[in-house]
Write a protein that binds this ligand. Sequence first.
Ligand SMILES: [Zn+2]
Length: 83
Amino acid sequence: MRKCVGCGESKPKRDLLRVVSPKDAEVFLDATGKAAGRGAYLCADPACLAKARKARRLERAFDRQIPPEVYDMLEKELTEAIK
Ligand SMILES: [Zn+2]
């Protein structure tokens, strides 16, 4: 079980999307679930990303700054992933 950084609910890993923070690149949505780097989990729901963004939970989880354009990209990737 993993906790969604948006709503805080615990769910089986397969029901969540993984966001990864690679050492030398910006944060992105890890569709394979296997990319190297620190991971955080989100429900397959843009509302959870919005919540995480507002509360800066990804910044806290990864201990790094996340520029607005990276959040916009995450939003796009998430929307694609749940189509
Ligand atoms: Zn959630």
